[in-house]
Design a protein around this ligand. Structure first.
Ligand SMILES: C[C@@](CO)(OP(=O)(O)O)[C@H](O)COP(=O)(O)OP(=O)(O)OC[C@H]1O[C@@H](n2ccc(N)nc2=O)[C@H](O)[C@@H]1O
Ligand SMILES: Nc1ncnc2c1ncn2[C@@H]1O[C@H](COP(=O)(O)OP(=O)(O)O)[C@@H](O)[C@H]1O
Length: 297
């Protein structure tokens, strides 16, 4: 027989390490506002291969315990704990779990770390507790935790409308990204509530979107309020231009900025020029969420 051997599908058990990958918003337009104040947006989400890592151990006492609480986030409000408790209520299961979270993604970075952690808990515990909830049901549950959670359950690069929950598949290139963190956590509600925010960008046809198209309406506000973000965006704009990369943009409501490169070595050369004391890294764009295979549909 000829052809490439396919890698065996991973077996996900209690002993496995479950990734929660970061997302980038390749563009983000605000196209209106709902009656409850939430913003209607259009964005393209894609996952990258930089991730938090979660581990799970079964408990027979029905408790949900986070063994590794984050500084400044009370365990009861951590999105991992909230996701596990939501699944308990939804399914009526008496099972419990101890969660261990290895945090690698910056908080308030616009790369969806908390939302991705929550989605990984929904996907992993649905599987480990044998609950049999559908992807669609898990997406709906995820939306009650945050606007960014459904796309991580959906598990594919997506063009999103609504508040980020109306998802359609989209083709994205195999690219490598140089991501630069900022030494600030940008509070999402602060940016969305800014009076100067542009909220009336004309909607585009999802089928007509092409990689590189669009901008981030939240960028100007975040850069004005957080000069560290503006400084990093300006640096990345120059570094990407010098090394053959694409346009530098902010992701989500900040504080991370990113630029895409068709060649990984070019992204690494740009990273090598990062000013001393700054934090940046190179990550590959993913076509699928690594846990997508946990559900059949
Ligand atoms: C901007 C985006 C883009 O992907 O990402 P992040 O920068 O947070 O990663 C998201 O829309 C963020 O989603 P998420 O972080 O889940 O936000 P949520 O917890 O649901 O909302 C936080 C607050 O932001 C405001 N908000 C959020 C989403 C939205 N479409 N309109 C809003 O006005 C609301 O004031 C809300 O109370
Ligand atoms: N497991 C978690 N990881 C990160 N943040 C969390 C988590 N649980 C709750 N949070 C809260 O959610 C906020 C937003 O976190 P995060 O999703 O990382 O940023 P962003 O929405 O900018 O991508 C944090 O500042 C923190 O207060």
């Amino acid at each position: 027989m000829t052809g490439r051997a396919t890698a065996p599908a991973p077996v996900w058990g209690w002993e496995s390490a479950y990734p929660a990958p970061a997302k980038l918003n390749l563009f983000l337009h605000l196209v209106g506002r709902r009656a409850d104040g939430y913003h209607l947006l259009q964005t393209v989400f894609r996952f990258i291969d930089r991730a938090d890592v979660l581990r799970f151990a079964p408990r027979t006492d029905g408790q949900v315990v986070l063994a590794t609480p984050l500084p400044d986030v009370p365990a009861d409000t951590d999105l991992t704990v909230r996701a596990a408790r939501l699944l308990q209520v939804e399914s009526g299961t008496g099972r419990g779990v101890t969660i261990t979270l290895e945090k690698r993604l910056p908080l308030g970075g616009g790369i969806g770390g908390g939302s991705s952690d929550a989605a990984t808990v929904l996907l992993a515990l649905n599987h480990l507790w044998g609950l049999g909830l559908s992807r669609q049901r898990l997406q709906a549950l995820g939306l009650t935790l945050g606007a960014d959670v459904p796309v991580f359950v959906y598990g594919r690069p997506a063009f999103a409308g609504g508040v980020g929950e109306e998802l359609t598949p989209v083709a994205v290139p195999d690219e490598t990204y140089l991501v630069v963190e900022s030494p600030v956590a940008v509070p999402t509600p602060l940016i969305f509530s800014a009076p100067e925010l542009v909220r009336d960008t004309p909607a585009i046809d999802p089928a007509g979107w092409r990689p590189g198209q669009g901008h981030n309406d939240l960028e100007a506000v975040a850069c004005a309020r957080f000069p560290q973000v503006a400084e990093r965006l300006a640096w990345l704009t120059g570094a990407a231009r010098d090394h053959g990369g694409g346009v530098a943009r902010m992701t989500g409501s900040g504080a991370c900025v990113f630029a895409g490169f068709s060649r990984r070595d070019a992204a690494e050369q740009a990273l090598a020029r990062l000013p001393a004391g700054w934090v940046g890294w190179v990550a590959a764009g993913l076509q699928d969420h690594p846990l997508r295979g946990l559900l059949a549909d």
